[in-house]
Write a protein that binds this ligand. Sequence first.
Ligand code: ADP
Length: 294
Amino acid sequence: MILVAGSVNIDFAVQVQALPSPGETVLGGPYRVSPGGKGANQAVASARAGARVCFVGCVGTDDHGQQLRQALDAEGIDTAYLRSVADQTGAAFVTVGADGENAIAVSSGANRALQASDLPELGGVTHLILQLESPRDAICAFAQAAHRAGVHITLNAAPAQALDDGLLRLVDLLIVNAGELETLCGPQVGRDLESQLKVMAGRGPHAIVVTLGADGAAVWANGQFHRTAAFNVPVVDTTGAGDTFVGVLVASLPHMDLASAAQRASAAAALTCTRSGAQISMPHSPAIEQLLTT
Ligand code: ADP
């Protein structure tokens, strides 16, 4: 079973012609309200790819919290460890420009309440997925407990933040995009991808995958570096592509090697790009297999 611990948000998204500058008001189209948050998104992507998933996180006692719990339940995800706390449910306010560029403000709300004691018993858990939208203390405590229990740990180091080696040393698989990798490496490391990967591998993770948008992904494992091309699809909205990639890659790990899992994740992420929204645009297993075989 995969345990995903992290954020769960309600997303409010509005499409505008051009993103507003500071002090400016712009008029947009109809707004969309949909389930999101990196943790919940990755849990949904894993479940749709065929994995058994348990989600650990916090929602508020408001209507949005109830709605988000129901959305996860509807995916067959175990929400027994999704705690309701006396706060607002996390919310993301997303503005999307006509060129696909976005600007996002997040109100973390209940996500700030996640703590070490929220971690369930790890019996039956083979893989843990973490991101950086939750309190650092909780993330580190979860990683330590999982490491002790021999659970495979994937850290999606997003949003971009510097990290100390204490956490990185516990990580089996690090997944980042190019900007996040640069932030982790710091200014003293050059911009060459292979050099950045070597530096990061020296800091702990056994394997590293870097997502490169339309350029696919790069995989570093056992001292070897190789690239996976992106699938050529009609792109409508890339929201949720990174989360789909993470969820599907980890869901695939028990069944194939890392390179093949990255390819399956690329196919799933490409499909997410063909539709608007985060969770609502994520594919189920048959669509992923179909793209892989065409
Ligand atoms: P993030 O959204 O976290 O920055 P990326 O933009 O790197 O992540 O996208 C994650 C993955 O989604 C990529 O590795 C790729 O497989 C897929 N993807 C993203 N953009 C496209 C695209 N334009 N066409 C096809 N696949 C894409």
